[in-house]
Design a protein around this ligand. Structure first.
Ligand code: PMP
Length: 286
């Protein structure tokens, strides 16, 4: 079965699905995106993902190409046409196609693209063993809180991790503090049992999974602190883990060449994974 993409009003096989060469997404990375997990044919955390999409669009002054009701209908149709039960959907919106010029084109209509694909959950063995992350300098622009399609530093960081045999790269700011992963948020658990993740300022993407984990952890009465933490603090932490739409909560057992805690997934990460998974599945939107 060939995969079907939604492109500016049409559902097309991927081979025929095209954007204009002067699309500003292609020329300038002038666009934003969202990735939403599909579970049992429904959307995980749909409302906060669409809220973040609107925030990203608003920060870049790109007009939404259609109403949320229409967007949701296209999301459902894209998932249906690709027969996705468990997987992910990508939604990308750019400022549109216009003759090349940095300043905003007056008449451009935003481009909307959606693709969906089946994706198996992460191998349970990986969750049981935990993963390794390596650290890289954070070389991104100053607004990674906007979910823009300008992802070159993220791609370079992930490739570095792959070549080092690691699962993810943690990006580190000039003060030696971890900002976030290339496609995930970063967390540690301290010796005082505090769950620490960086505050959602301009330096990180405020992950929807991050928000969900903060909620379930708060509801469970766990101690939460939103503040920066350094690479050294993370290496000496009791536990470390990462969160993302695609794999929820993933325990980390090594940072560069340092073993975290006892070198196996910690209790807090295990518990938060279970709590967030139930929360996410209960809230699936159909
Ligand atoms: N940070 C970055 C840079 C990301 O790309 C992602 C994945 N979208 C995340 C954090 C995690 O965000 P979410 O939980 O919304 O997937």
């Amino acid at each position: 079965m060939s995969r079907i993409a939604y492109v500016n009003g049409r559902y097309l096989p991927h081979r025929q699905a095209c954007v204009h060469i002067e699309d500003r997404g292609f020329q300038f990375a002038d666009g934003v995106y969202e990735v939403i997990a599909v579970k049992g044919g429904g959307f995980v955390d749909e409302t906060p993902h669409l809220a973040r999409l609107h925030r990203s669009l608003g920060e870049l002054r790109i007009a939404p190409p259609m109403s949320d009701a229409a967007l949701k209908a296209v999301m459902r149709e894209t998932v249906r046409r690709n027969r996705v039960v468990d997987g992910i959907i990508y939604i990308q919106i750019t400022r549109g196609a216009a003759p090349r010029d940095f300043s905003f084109p007056p008449g451009a209509r935003p481009s909307l693209i959606m693709t969906a694909r089946t994706q198996r959950p992460l191998d349970p063995k990986i969750i049981e063993r935990g993963v390794r992350v390596v650290t890289v300098p954070d070389i991104r622009w100053a607004r990674p809180d906007i979910k823009s399609v300008a992802l070159l530093p993220n791609a370079l960081g992930k490739q570095h991790a792959r070549e080092a045999g690691a699962y993810e790269a943690w990006q580190v700011d000039r003060d030696g503090n971890v900002t976030e992963g290339t496609s995930s948020n970063a967390w540690i658990v301290t010796a005082k049992d505090e769950i620490v993740t960086r505050q959602a300022d301009h330096a990180i993407l405020n992950g929807v999974t991050r928000l969900g984990v903060l909620k379930v952890a708060g509801d469970a009465g766990l101690k939460l602190v939103e503040r920066p933490f350094s690479v050294d603090e993370a290496k000496a932490a009791r536990e470390a883990f990462l969160t993302s739409t695609t794999n929820f909560v993933v325990p980390i057992v090594r940072i560069d060449d340092a073993t975290v805690g006892e070198g196996k997934p910690g209790e807090v990460a295990r518990r938060l994974r279970a709590l967030y998974t139930s929360f996410a599945l209960e809230g699936v939107a159909r």
